[in-house]
Ligand binder design. Structure first.
Ligand code: HDE
Length: 709
């Protein structure tokens, strides 16, 4: 018997489609009410006389204002601030050996995606450059239904059990009595909570590292965090960890810079993503998987189900299986970026969960939050959330239902509707949960295998380069320096001694307090009322590896200047050919150049007038990757007399950026604090400049050289 579709091409749908096509032709763009009534006067409300009272009868005014009154929906409780883009995922090689997921079967399969990046703690209007974890949520519109990989830019999490999530979020959000500080973890409630939660120490190392202040959303990694499961066509299961590796490398800004960007351009990441896509510099990531056969579940010195642990790539290499390219900006922020609804429970056959207790809690949370945020169980009908796979079921009605279900049958089993819609056999693509064996007692408990809270924190710290370690120390000094209660600082130092004695000592020095002398294993305060504290004492396992290359950003790609922003500082008298030569070399490498002068309009060059992109009033060094100062006698002298130009260069120097001057512009540096080093190029050599920009920053410059900018 042929399977009948439960929705068809109704006359209403055909009419709507015709209207849609007509609208797209641009022939009929009259202003109308939401009922399609053309509006004749959109300037004046209906009144009893020219100077009279407004009439309640004015249904056009009331419709417009009512809609406006309801324009805002609740922002996400976490990850409220986000930016998104459309794109594609292309598979490099078949993964059929490990999973039966349709979009991972055939080399070359292309799947549309929508990706939303976010900060976690701040409100929807908060700054992009907050020190924070970044959300990295990918919706794959596969032919078997939507698959959401809802991850972060850090591979571990603060807590091990979903029960603690509301506590964590309450602690980091602005404090409830005065709603301060916005989008910042540097305050008492966050560190109070953390200082009592030893399990958070590994994640704290990541959050205090430069990973928490990315240069660009396009230059950060993504991780599924939890261990998931792949299941192949023979029902054989494998554990899997997901990684997104950016083809531009992983790069960050300096903390001083992040704070300044937050004032000068709080939309910095959103703008960067948008402009890169508009300019055709499409962001790309490769998808990697770490696959562990089921029999190896207990082979590691940590528990695969513990979300505060990663699997070092030295133990299980990351296999690259495909590439994601973001190639289209959303048409409408609200309709797409704001209304997209992700859920770790949006699965396809061949991918399944594990018992990670954090993941298990998430499986409840996301549908629940969509109900409150989007207001209806029909959120899957919002265009950005609709699957491309056909959808047939017996769910009906509810707020704002879009689908017009025909016929009298809305139950199963039925005979009136010929049994439609049918259940699908596994071979027909029906989802079957992995039949993991469970033989257990019902308990509220945590496995002892989750109790090592420090060894991977130490592994992370040890794996960092010297500048990266210093940034972690500075971040902890900053954050704990903003904490007002001395007891919280002291407890934190106690925890830090377990990670690394020198780290703790340096943080203590910055805080002006002694580091605890006897490094006692701190107590875990997150235990049940009847729990014996000794039984919950954290442990530290001896890690089999001491350093892991992949954990340091210093080891990441440094051979491209694609999409980097370069500021050229110019004034009247500038040498036009110096601009042209350097510009064409940089643009050939994919970088983008902006001409900045003391005022807008144009400057007089050796070859006539040149249009200026920005003035020192509207431009700031912190949103650029590197600076070039072309020659030309008048230009260099004028810039040297311009305090804003000098500040621009000093600040870029302080933030360890590449600075180049043409040979005849070197004198400009005499009025700055710049000291010659390998990222200061004074002979206009484009190749050397490109090389220095590609290295991102000369972080070593920070050592001993403090520039007052
Ligand atoms: Fe989420 N998380 N989360 N989370 N999460 C939400 O869902 C939650 C966790 C992540 O761009 C919420 O639609 C719980 C880990 C991202 O729309 C909410 C727990 C990871 C996004 C929620 C976690 C994430 C969210 C808020 C612990 C990395 C933004 C709005 C048990 C693997 C998705 C929403 C987007 C959003 C709950 C922990 C990633 C409330 C209960 C771990 C990227 O449902």
């Amino acid at each position: 018997m042929a399977k009948k579709k439960s929705v068809g091409k109704t006359p209403v749908n055909v009419k709507l489609q015709q209207l849609e096509e007509h609208k797209e032709s641009g022939l009929d763009e009259f202003l109308s009410t939401n009922q399609g009534l053309k509006i004749n006067d959109n300037q004046n409300s209906l009144k009893a006389g020219e100077r009279g009272a407004t009439l309640l009868e004015d249904f056009i005014l009331r419709e417009k204002i009512t809609h406006f009154d309801h324009e805002r929906i609740p922002e996400r409780i976490v990850h409220a601030r986000g930016s998104a883009a459309h794109g594609i995922f292309e598979l490099y090689e078949s993964m059929s050996q490990f999973t039966r997921a349709g979009f991972l079967q055939k080399k070359g399969t292309v799947t549309p995606v929508f990706v939303r990046f976010s900060t976690v703690a701040g409100s929807r209007g908060s700054t992009d450059l907050a020190r924070d974890v970044r959300g990295f949520a990918v919706k794959f519109y596969t032919e078997e239904g939507n698959y959401d990989l809802v991850g972060n830019n850090m591979p571990v999490f603060f807590i091990q059990d979903a029960m603690k999530f509301p506590d964590l979020v309450h602690a980091v959000k602005p404090e409830p009595h005065h709603e301060m500080p916005q989008a910042a973890s540097a305050h008492d409630t966050f560190w109070d909570f953390i200082s009592l939660m030893p399990e958070s120490m590994h994640m704290i190392m990541w959050a205090m590292s430069d990973r928490a202040i990315p240069r660009s959303l396009r230059m950060m990694e993504g991780f599924g965090v939890h261990t998931f499961r792949f299941v192949n066509a023979s029902n054989q299961a494998f554990f899997v960890k997901f990684h997104w590796k950016p083809l531009l490398g992983i790069h960050s800004v300096a903390w001083d810079e992040a704070q300044k960007i937050s004032g000068k351009d709080p939309d910095f990441h959103r703008r960067d993503l948008w402009e890169a896509i508009e300019a055709g510099a499409f962001p790309e990531w490769e998808l990697g998987v770490q696959i562990i056969p089921e029999k190896d579940e207990h082979k590691f010195e940590f528990d695969l189900l513990d979300p505060t642990k990663l699997i070092p790539e030295e133990l299980v290499p990351v296999k690259i299986i495909g590439k994601m390219t973001l190639n289209r900006n959303p048409d409408n922020f609200f309709a797409e970026t704001e209304q997209v609804a992700f859920h770790p429970g949006h699965l396809v056959p061949g991918i399944d969960f594990t018992n990670d207790p954090l993941l298990q809690g998430r499986l409840f949370s996301y549908t629940d939050t969509q109900l409150s945020r989007l207001g209806s169980p029909n959120f899957h009908e919002i265009p950005i959330n609709r699957p491309v796979a056909p959808l047939h079921n017996n769910q009906r009605d509810g707020h704002m239902r879009q689908m017009i279900n025909k016929g009298e049958v809305s139950y199963h089993p039925n005979s009136i509707g010929n049994g439609c819609p049918f259940q699908a056999k596994a071979a027909e693509g029906g989802f079957v949960s992995y039949n993991e064996r469970i033989d257990a007692r019902k308990v509220r408990a945590r496995s002892r295998s989750f109790f090592d809270h420090f060894s991977q924190a130490t592994l992370f710290f040890n794996s960092q380069s010297e500048p990266e370690k210093n940034h972690i120390i500075d971040a902890l000094r900053f954050e704990l320096g903003k904490v007002e209660r001395p007891a919280i600082r002291e407890r934190m130092l106690g925890l830090l001694t377990q990670v690394d004695r020198t780290l703790a000592a340096k943080v203590a020095e910055g805080l002006g307090i002694p580091v605890p002398k006897v490094p006692e294993m701190p107590l875990n305060h997150s235990i049940p009322a009847d729990g014996d504290p000794k039984k919950f004492q954290p442990t530290k396992v001896k890690s089999s590896i001491e350093r892991s290359e992949a954990l340091s950003m210093a080891n990441t790609i440094k051979n491209t200047i694609k999409s980097r922003q370069i500021a050229f500082l110019i004034a009247d008298g500038v040498d036009a050919s110096a601009i042209d030569i350097m510009r064409s070399s940089l643009e050939a490498g994919g970088a983008r150049v902006k001409l900045i002068a003391p005022r807008l309009g144009s400057v007089k060059s050796t070859k006539g007038d040149i249009a200026v992109d920005m003035s020192f009033l509207t431009a700031t060094s912190v949103v650029f990757d590197a600076i070039y100062i072309p020659g030309g006698k008048g230009s260099v002298e004028k810039l040297a007399a311009e305090a804003d130009a000098v500040h621009f260069v000093n600040e870029a120097y302080r933030h360890c950026k590449a600075i180049a001057t043409a040979e005849d512009a070197t004198a400009f540096l005499d009025v700055t604090a710049v000291v010659q080093d390998e990222a200061v190029i004074t002979n206009g050599n484009a190749k050397a400049f490109i090389n220095a920009i590609a290295k991102h920053r000369l972080w070593e410059r920070e050592k001993g050289r403090k520039v007052p900018a």
